[in-house]
Design a protein around this ligand. Structure first.
Ligand code: ADP
Length: 163
């Protein structure tokens, strides 16, 4: 069985992520979406909330499993028998970071292959950071996040979205 892992902070999950999950899931028999705590980012949603939003928005992708973990991604991947890490690439600016991460991963776990999927052009401008910024000022989130995530963001910033 070919198992892939899609790791990320997903704070919150966006339509850009969903597109990567849908396309990535076609490459493997099972896709584990793994929420992790990125120590360099201050989260808006807890890991539990992020996991719950991912479960709610990926129900239509049959071979998906959502987990959250703390610790080393390579160790978790080995433990789960995963051979692929699937990441999305938006712009040249993502490349440097992803390139370094992929090389580091290759060094610590030569059997683990990082696979990149290019963003869908309609999602190339979407980032969780941008979504959090828009939401905290009551901006429109139309078409950028799943309806459920939009609802959760509007609840979180309800003073900004008062009619
Ligand atoms: P991280 O904190 O590791 O950067 P993110 O949750 O921001 O995690 O992103 C997880 C993965 O999804 C990364 O590989 C990122 O490049 C990718 N990604 C994020 N937004 C998009 C998008 N709009 N289109 C394609 N890939 C994306």
């Amino acid at each position: 069985m070919r198992i892939g892992i899609c790791p990320g902070s997903f704070d919150p999950v966006t339509n850009g992520h969903i597109d990567i999950f849908e396309r990535g899931s076609k490459l493997v028999d099972k896709l584990i979406i793994a929420v992790f705590e990125n120590p360099s980012k201050k989260p808006l949603f807890t890991m539990q909330e992020r996991e719950e939003m991912l479960v709610a928005t990926t129900k239509h992708i049959p071979q998906v499993e959502v987990v959250s973990f703390q610790g080393l991604l390579n160790e978790y991947a080995m433990q789960r028998g995963a051979k692929f890490i699937i990441r999305g690439l938006r712009a040249l600016s993502d490349f440097e970071y992803e390139f370094q991460r992929a090389l580091l991963m290759k060094k610590v776990e030569p059997d683990l292959e990082t696979v990149f999927i290019m963003t869908g052009t309609q999602y190339s401008y979407i980032s969780s950071t941008g979504i959090r910024e828009l939401a905290c000022f009551g901006g429109t989130l139309d078409g950028m996040v799943p309806a459920y995530v939009e609802k959760r963001l509007k609840e979180r910033f309800k003073d900004k979205y008062k009619a």
